[in-house]
Design a protein around this ligand. Structure first.
Ligand code: EPZ
Length: 430
């Protein structure tokens, strides 16, 4: 079993290059099969979730050609199977983007119903409501969602809750529906905009992405394109918090600073210096950090995907902070692990009350999910002594070369896969 082993206490210093956005890439890859022509996608992050989705796409007959680690050519003309198996959907929920893509292109799709997930209950009722509004018949039987339509007709859709996944899935199907669709109360996340830009580069007609009303005029066919994915704002934010936790000085490169505003605002509030450059941000933590209040909200609010990393920093900042999770109900599973490292955190309903302590003590901990895993690594980097993080499979779902990028900033971290390697690391750093 692979683990990260970390000797904490070294301030992170230097520059780190951010990869393409995983959550944009997942939707863009699915959307790429909506044309029979070849699509080239660049700045693809080389992370596990992306590779699983590419396998799922190959499984239904799409032609996938990896040009190199970060570039792929996709051709969807040979798709012969409109059923996406449970084998993929259980590994990665976002395979459900193939529902919108296949339904838009072929008027039919069958995708296994995504199972439960570790960050809380994650219904997809709004996705299905959108497909039905476009005229599709949607059935769920034996764990399989079947959506089909003779014709998809544009419609006026109000989303009861702001949902990234539903906005993107409906946007994809509506791109190839007849007539005009309006999505109200749409998600405004940067990756929603990126998917809209990608579809538009294939000939779709989508306006208003990035606002809460998206207007789509359906087209009958989409065409080839070459497209570069936006930088990953969550990976960037994770390095910004790692800089803060270790009292470091890190320039996070290849980012769009506007996408990081909520994270930047919180870092400034707790006493970091943040300098915004054209396509980079520099975080310097030279003073003692202090408490704050934060509530997760849809973009441009503070992202739920940054909540565990922020808590990891607040737990070693002076005073009492509160962190309110308003998107997913089960996103505090890392709290017990941080407690094992010396944190003082009490969770009441969806609020974590964090009393800052002087520092963390290294311990053996397990990553409960992707972002929580990143938070434990941050704690380990700041801790006194050695931390081992188990179940790093989760972290590798969404962070490319995490340990390499951290090592290049001076962190003492290694991925080990045996007790022998672990002991070797300990000997090396002693
Ligand atoms: C996306 O999930 C991201 N995943 C998540 O990132 C992220 O945490 C989340 O958006 C919020 O920003 C991908 O992009 C692949 P939602 P998604 O639909 O689309 C409720 C990470 O760590 N809801 O915006 O599944 C839902 O329960 C991951 O990278 C419904 O009620 O999230 C939640 O409370 C984890 N019905 C809220 O809406 C629906 O049909 C927002 O969920 C859909 C959602």
């Amino acid at each position: 079993m692979e683990q990260y082993v970390i000797k904490g206490g070294t301030p992170l210093v230097g520059e780190v290059e951010i990869s393409g956005a995983k959550n944009a890439a997942l939707a863009i890859l699915a959307a790429a099969i909506m044309t029979d022509e070849t699509v080239t996608i660049e700045n693809l992050p080389n992370v596990r979730d992306i590779n699983v989705l590419l396998d799922a796409m190959e499984g239904i007959g799409a032609n996938i050609e990896r040009i190199d680690t970060h570039r792929v050519k996709i051709n969807g003309s040979m798709i012969h199977d409109l059923t996406v198996a449970y084998e993929y959907i259980k590994k990665i929920r976002a395979s459900y983007y193939l529902l919108g893509a296949l339904l838009g292109k072929y008027r039919r799709a069958e995708v296994a119903l995504p199972g439960g997930c570790d960050i809380g209950s994650r219904p997809i009722d709004l996705h299905l409501k959108g497909f039905r509004a476009l005229g599709a018949k949607v059935d769920i039987q034996h764990g399989l969602i079947t959506a089909s339509a003779d014709k998809l007709i544009g419609s006026h859709i109000y989303l009861d809750k702001v949902s990234v996944g539903a906005t993107i899935n409906i946007m994809m199907a509506a791109s190839m529906a007849e007539g005009k669709t309006i999505i109200e109360n749409a998600a405004k996340e940067p990756h929603v905009v990126d998917v809209a830009n990608f579809l538009n580069s294939m000939g779709a007609n989508i306006r208003g992405a990035g606002t809460d009303v998206i207007r789509i005029v359906g087209v009958s066919r989409l065409h080839r394109t070459e497209y570069s994915i936006i930088p990953d704002q969550i990976e960037a934010g994770t390095f910004m918090f790692a800089a803060a936790a270790t009292k470091g000085d890190v320039t996070v490169k290849n980012v769009i600073p506007k996408h990081l505003e909520a994270t930047t605002a919180k870092l400034l509030e707790i006493g970091c210096e943040v300098e915004e450059l054209d396509d980079a941000v520099r975080v310097v933590a030279s003073k003692p950090l202090c408490h704050t209040q934060v509530t997760t909200l849809p973009y441009p609010g503070f992202p739920t995907d940054m909540q565990p990393q922020m808590s990891a920093v607040l737990a070693i900042s002076g005073g009492t902070s509160t962190v309110t999770e308003s998107i997913f109900e089960n996103r505090f599973k890392y709290v017990d692990e941080l407690t094992r490292m010396g944190a003082q955190i009490k969770v009441e309903s969806n609020i974590a009350i964090i009393t800052g302590v002087g520092g963390y003590m290294g311990a053996r901990v397990s990553a409960p999910d992707l972002r929580a895993g990143a938070a434990l690594v941050i704690a380990g980097l700041a801790a006194d002594g050695i931390t081992t993080v188990d179940d790093i499979y989760y972290i590798e779902r969404g962070y490319e070369e995490f340990e390499t990028k951290l090592s290049e900033l001076g962190a003492q971290i290694e991925k080990v896969s045996s007790e022998k390697e672990l002991q070797k690391f300990k000997l090396k750093i002693s």
